[in-house]
Design a protein around this ligand. Sequence first.
Ligand code: ATP
Ligand code: MG
Length: 412
Amino acid sequence: VYPPESARWNRLEADCRDIAQRFGYGEIRTPVFEATELFRRGVGETTDIVEKEMYTFLDKAGRSMTLRPELTAGVVRALLEHKLLAQGAQRLYYIGPFFRYERPQAGRYRQAHQFGVECFGVAGAEADAEVIQIAAMLIARYGIGEAALNINSVGDPVCRPRYREALLAHFRPHADTLSADSQRRLERNPLRILDSKDSLDAALVATAPTMVEYLCDDCRAHFDALRRYLDALGIAYAINPKIVRGLDYYTRTVFEFVSGAIGAQGTVCGGGRYDGLVAELGGPPTPGVGFGLGLERFLMVVEKVAGEHAPPRRGIQAIALGEAARERLIAIVGALRERSPEPAFADWQDRKLTAHFKTADRNRARWAVILGDQELALDQIVLRDLIAREDRQLPLAGSAAEVARILVEATG
Ligand code: ATP
Ligand code: MG
């Protein structure tokens, strides 16, 4: 990622941070690799991630390490190691890379980046609505409201076993017609079949019983509360019984924001509640809810839906024509850079004026200052407005700092 694309990343990351802090979430930074065992337990043995997508290696001491395939497990490991859960609810966000051994294609990479949030210690659906609002706000800020929110409940250890039985009863009689992946999932984790994109599975998946029919009273009350809160926040959603999420540790709420703008890889953000995770990783039973939002996919959707906007012109291109002018301008540009947060671009090579203007356009400079022998003789410096294409003469009097001050004033 390099300029000008990296500027889009900077803006998006700044917006993620801005929105997270509005909700009282603080940043957590965890290591890029952890012990493999953490992900086996924290992500789940029957997930695609653990079954086939992890970058796992032995370190020099023979320990099995894994490049993080998602960030939640590492966050929980850190919370436990630093005993942060003892302080009460934890609201955290992260931005960083994760790694999955997948077939690379548009919107699917082996190193990708997520913005994610985690809220630990709040059992009620208020927390679910809160994290969903964070993602919804980011999506709205970028004008990609077509990315639709789908929600579902996957129940809890009370009601999911009954649903699992119902699914087995539905799929088993036709097991031989299922895709190979789904046949493998049938006994291990039949919920995952609902997630299948294989056309062999489509008909049976379409007629499968849905979790919402099997929810226990507590899970139903939680789901109903979430729906009321989303309505109260003015966040539109659809209930989609096919959303189960790939990770084993989800309980109750699961959700995705899905865009139709970029084809098959349209899930921009996925999340849900994982009330069993902290205990699974050896901590005190602690509810949790959060999401991961893929920054690459988000930017792809923005480009498709909102169009590519040329970045606004900013700053000053300094153009010296000749050796004497260069000597003088170096000090002025140095002073400008100390004085103004706007960029001061300078290409000190001996080139024609038109070549310098091309560079200014490529830098998307807002102004140019031009200094040559003629201007030096008149004690003037030319300030060109690169949008209006108009020139002004400014006095070249006093120290470099004084000229810089005049330039900052004239371009402010
Ligand atoms: P998918 O169904 O596309 O494989 P997933 O369920 O594996 O997604 P999560 O583990 O929930 O995805 O990750 C959250 C988000 O991270 C996804 O919604 C997506 O935007 C992004 N993401 C996941 N895998 C990749 C990848 N290989 N390359 C780029 N972005 C990814
Ligand atoms: Mg995946």
